[in-house]
Design a protein around this ligand. Structure first.
Ligand SMILES: [Zn+2]
Length: 229
């Protein structure tokens, strides 16, 4: 029995997690379509989507626990006499159960939290633009103010395609530009400072960035509307 097959298996599991994350983003996007179309956050279809999010979150958590338990146990067994290999499966099982117990709250999964957050924001947006529509007849300036919302990436100086929000300083960047920048800076053993003028955040990390679907949709809607006129 050899441990050499463990690492490739773990990395393919981690690839699965990326796909689960993408799937969760797609479900969130569909949910926002629903909220916009129905103007409510209370519908059976939306509840079904939320259920899907929770199931994905549970799966994601489970993979995390599994990967962690295998990594810890195999690291441990390397330092033990060879016969420890025989109890490896049990050790992994026990560690997995422990980790799963400790970390069972899928409600706190970052994408589940963002999902609920986005729905709330999107609903506020729907209500707000309905109100703005009425006001628009009184005051044409509102349309101008709305289109002036800043969609420009501070890195590329062009309109963002996939806006990510920095959880630490709340600033937005285009995902691709930000990730490239972080990678380049880190390769040179340097930190990436938030490019927004006056921002004190001197160390932007990839884990601080979260795709903002509501913002992405705003940009797309704005693009469609300005294309029409
Ligand atoms: Zn910033």
């Amino acid at each position: 029995m050899s441990l050499s097959s463990v690492q490739p298996a773990l990395s393919s599991l981690k690839t699965c997690q990326v796909d689960i994350g993408t799937g969760m983003d797609i479900v969130s996007d569909v949910a926002l379509d629903l909220v916009e179309a129905q103007g409510t956050d209370d519908s059976p279809s939306l509840r079904k989507l939320e259920q899907m999010m929770l199931e994905c979150a549970a799966l994601d958590r489970e993979i995390n626990c599994f990967v962690e338990s295998v990594e810890q146990t195999t690291a441990h067994v390397r330092r033990e006499p060879p016969q420890a290999m025989f109890s490896l499966l049990n050790s992994v099982k026990n560690r997995f159960a422990e980790l799963k117990d400790r970390d069972s709250d899928v409600q706190r999964h970052s994408k589940v939290v963002a999902f609920r957050d986005n729905i709330r924001k999107s609903l506020a947006q729907v209500n707000q633009s309905a109100a703005a529509h009425v006001e628009e007849e009184l005051d044409e300036d509102i349309a101008v103010t709305q289109s002036q919302t800043n969609f420009t990436c501070p890195l590329t100086q062009v309109e963002m395609v996939n806006p990510v929000r920095n959880k630490k300083c709340q600033h937005y960047y285009d995902q691709e530009a930000a990730l490239t920048m972080i990678k380049t800076r880190h390769n040179n053993k340097k930190k990436f400072r938030c490019p927004v003028v006056g921002c004190s955040n001197s160390d932007v990390k990839q884990s601080d960035l979260e795709l903002d679907l509501v913002m992405k949709r705003l940009i797309q809607t704005n693009k469609r509307q300005s294309g029409k006129s």
